[in-house]
Design a protein around this ligand. Sequence first.
Ligand SMILES: [Zn+2]
Ligand SMILES: [Zn+2]
Length: 433
Amino acid sequence: MAAEAAPCTKSSLREDLTCAICCDLFRDPVMLTCMHHFCKLCISRYWRGTQGPVTCPQCRKEFSSKHFQTNYLVAAMVEKVRATTSDTYVKNLEKQVKETLEDHRLKKEDLVNSVRRDKEKMNIIKRVGSDLEARVKGEYRALHQILLDEETCMLEQLRREQEEELEKAQRHLEAAEQALKELEENMEALQQCSAASGSVVLTELPHLRPCTQVDVTPDFDINAFSNKYVAPLGYIAWRRMLKSLKPGPSPLTFDTDTAHPNIHVSRDKTMAVECDVTNHPSHHSKRFLQCVNILAAQGFHSGRHYWEVDVGSSSKWDLGVASEAVDRHARIKLSPENGYWTLRLRKGNEYSAGTQPWTRLQLGSSPQRIGVFLDCDERKVSFYNSDDMSLLYAFTNGPRGKVFPFFSPCISDGRNKPHPIKLLHDLFIPLSA
Ligand SMILES: [Zn+2]
Ligand SMILES: [Zn+2]
């Protein structure tokens, strides 16, 4: 293992660079002809006083003269080993180890926290997911139940009608058979009388039984019977399901007392359009005076409510809900902070949610009918493309307290005819192709 090999190599290197005389790292290492190394001072001392030939203290080889060579390479290696074992070096190293360890400890802490958060997030996703699953299942179970009840009810009705018709036919059959029998008896009597008329003078008609009167063409209309069941069952079921919707669509009307003077409201109060002729309506504290806004007459402070608005092909509008308390006389930015939860269109294709700042929405299509779903209890305001009920945007920081459906046809740019905003009462409108 690398971690174990390092000190071993280092210690053997240190041994290799140790002088056999002083048993310490070489100082000014010199090499003898026999290739053994010693400190310059050590070998000089060792040879001091010797006359004539000298020997290597390590291998005992004899040399005729005191000759050695400085080995710079070994000297450099010794310096390196000495430097890496010096106190400052070791201290530095220890410091570095500590710092790196601390760095790793912090990184580990971050990662541990991140892992914990990921696990928590996964648990939340799982929990929310299974809550939603239960909710979806519950809602569909209720819808299935409606269809199942409808089916059971219709089959029961079919069975009853079939039985009634069969009974009617059976009664008619019995009566006809009875009448037939009576007729045949009378005919027999008459035939006997007729056969005897040759020999006997007829004095009176034979006694005939009164015959039961039976209508020979009973009124059974197979078409009337089948038409009821060969029907657009899907539409029938759809209507019934629509009726069972909770919340059912809220039939809204515009509150003319809130309408800006430049808004014209239709007689039935389901259509509002911007007009350049300023009306001079009665003064009302509920009226919007700065912005071309209008509210519905119906306010909500609890429960769940859904309504649909037809914006047609208008290129600009705002709609949503507004708190009852909004300032009608000031020019205010539409945002939840100011009591407005809105969706808006500008320039024909720029859709935004009325947050602060606006949240631009990338919609694949240009919905002409917008569904608004208000859940007062869960404080949610959601907008749907009511053609396919795809979610456009949802505010989760919805209103507290009473709110009113809010609309603004906006000021038209003068080039185009102002488009009206219509409140839809019948959601059973054929979807646009
Ligand atoms: Zn030495
Ligand atoms: Zn030697």
